[in-house]
Design a protein around this ligand. Structure first.
Ligand code: ADP
Ligand code: MG
Length: 214
């Protein structure tokens, strides 16, 4: 599904990737590990087409993303990639429901259609009771479950989760892992960056990135 060939990427003198290769098959659950600054977030931004690179090729389902224009990149990201972050990236002053609805507002779906989709996701993640709460009133674990709901509401093929449990205790880390595993069991491809080695050990494959600079 994802093939990255001979990727080169530098920020000024700082070499992040030099002929880096990565293949991830559809349906895999993999973790990306490596010391802070090695390029995990950079790689996720490249996978999500949020960042460019200097050299190499990125194929998604055998399509070279190089040929996409900006509108196609936006469309690609919207339908294929769901993002989850360490700091949740939710809007604190609106409800959980409104946050989950956010990606759907950029579609032609009617309000009632959006509602059906959101309820399905809320039920699937067992968080119906949180829907009317303001995000600012939720715990970290609850926020991350809302963020996962928002990430999957567009039914992406791939979820990239950048240190998704970095701000969570062990119990909530395990809950997030279980949710991601359930999503993986429904066929979603999951890629997580993590410093938590016991979490990485639970994934099906560990990919280590070497830090090339400093
Ligand atoms: P990781 O997620 O593995 O900790 P990152 O991918 O965030 O690492 O960053 C790799 C290195 O690249 C870091 O040293 C970071 O400061 C640098 N970096 C990341 N993004 C930028 C940017 N937009 N401009 C300049 N340097 C950057
Ligand atoms: Mg990072």
């Amino acid at each position: 599904m994802i093939h990255i060939n001979n990727l080169c990427k530098s920020y000024g003198d700082k070499v992040i990737f030099a002929n880096f290769n990565l293949s991830i098959a559809s349906g895999e659950f993999v973790s990306i590990v490596g010391e802070s600054g090695c390029g995990k977030s950079t790689l996720f931004n490249i996978i999500g087409c949020l960042d460019s690179f200097d050299k190499g090729d990125y194929f998604f389902n055998n399509e070279n993303i190089k040929k996409y224009n900006n509108k196609q990149l936006l469309n690609f990201r919207k339908h294929n990639i769901g993002f989850i972050f360490q700091n949740f990236h939710l809007i604190e002053t609106i409800t959980a429901y409104q946050n989950i609805e956010m990606p759907l507002l950029y579609t032609n779906l009617k309000k009632s259609e959006r509602e059906n989709i959101i309820y399905d996701v809320l039920k699937k993640l067992n968080i119906v009771d949180l829907k009317d709460k303001l995000v600012q009133d939720l715990s970290g674990g609850e926020k991350q479950r809302i963020a996962i709901a928002r990430a999957i509401v567009m039914k992406p093929k791939v979820i990239v989760a950048d240190e998704p449990t970095g701000n969570l205790d062990n119990i909530n880390t395990y809950k997030v892992y279980q949710l991601l595993r359930e999503l993986n069991n429904t066929g979603m491809t999951i890629i997580i960056a993590t410093h938590n080695s016991s979490l990485a050990d639970k994934t099906d494959r560990i990919i280590k990135i070497e830090k090339l600079w400093g």
